[in-house]
Design a protein around this ligand. Sequence first.
Ligand SMILES: Nc1ncnc2c1ncn2[C@@H]1O[C@H](COP(=O)(O)OP(=O)(O)O)[C@@H](O)[C@H]1O
Ligand SMILES: [Mg+2]
Length: 358
Amino acid sequence: MSTKLNILILYGGRSVEHEISIRSAKNVVENIDRDRFTVHLIGIDKQGSWFFHEKMNKSIREGEPVFLNLDAVDPFIVRQNGSKILMDVVFPVLHGTDGEDGSIQGLFTAMNVPVVGSGVLGSAVAMDKIVSKKVLLESGIPVAPFMEFDVSQKKSIDFHEIAEKLGVPFMVKSAALGSSVGVSKVKSETDFQAALDESFRYDDRIIIEQFVDGRELECAVIGNDEPEASFPGEIIMVKDYDFYTYTAKYLDEDAIKIQLPAETDDKTTEKLRQISIAAYQALRCEDFARVDLFLTTEGEIIVNEINTIPGFTSVSMFPMMWQHMGMSYTELISRLIDLCLARHNKSKGRETDYKAVN
Ligand SMILES: Nc1ncnc2c1ncn2[C@@H]1O[C@H](COP(=O)(O)OP(=O)(O)O)[C@@H](O)[C@H]1O
Ligand SMILES: [Mg+2]
């Protein structure tokens, strides 16, 4: 009998980051250690239908419909021909809605299947830009001053009130999206309405933040009991974008330059790494995450956000940062799966019955 572990890789998904997830998953599938793991692929289409694939060479809907056996004692998936695939580990290579926000994590956790990456709590908190900033603030981690609004308040959101509190320009963002979707920079009252409309298109809650004038840095964090942070990398805008937009991220190859490691003095580098670990722990992240920060012109460090499933494409920061630290892409994937399994095994001994003692 094979002693290889069955890894279910999930990709695609209902989020606006569907395409990016496919690109990330292709890279994971190409680089995963085939001596240790047997890979099974599940593509989730934009409508949320799940399909089994032998290889990632077809469009998602061309795969076989797949069924989950909802049984925490013996969790498996069933292929169209009736064959069962036991699930040793699920690796969601999904970004944004459903995949990164705790939903998929909850589904598999309820079935007692180990899921690589942050669990329900860490995923959900990190996904929400408002809740995560409140938790970070409470933990003494610096974030940009912000205001929050619900769609029911939309008509009464006042440009002048915001300008007075946060200054101009400011950033308007959907609360729980990624890839710069629903994000705008407001430079004057004339941009304001369009920015509100854009952010409310994708979410019922928005965050409006003070604009931070600074460098954009990212730190990769891995681990559970004693998380480690990579050296920070820097996103350097080389073209004239207002900020790191969707186009600059994915469509315009020459928009940015990645500087790895970032050119920061030793003291700042250490501080960036420490704050990244503190932010990761404050949001209850598990296994891995990428912490995005600003370094202001005055040398102040501000945490922007934490991505619990960062990009895994060939040009993504997260794997590149670990490569720079001496860990190959293949080793990185194995390490994440091992962290997940160790965490899962640790939670096994926990009591699930209660006998009243008082
Ligand atoms: N407060 C801010 N000050 C300056 N730039 C910001 C601020 N918030 C976001 N940005 C810019 O917008 C980009 C996307 O915003 P971010 O909060 O990271 O959302 P996403 O989850 O979509 O990546 C950032 O990479 C940065 O370029
Ligand atoms: Mg971001």
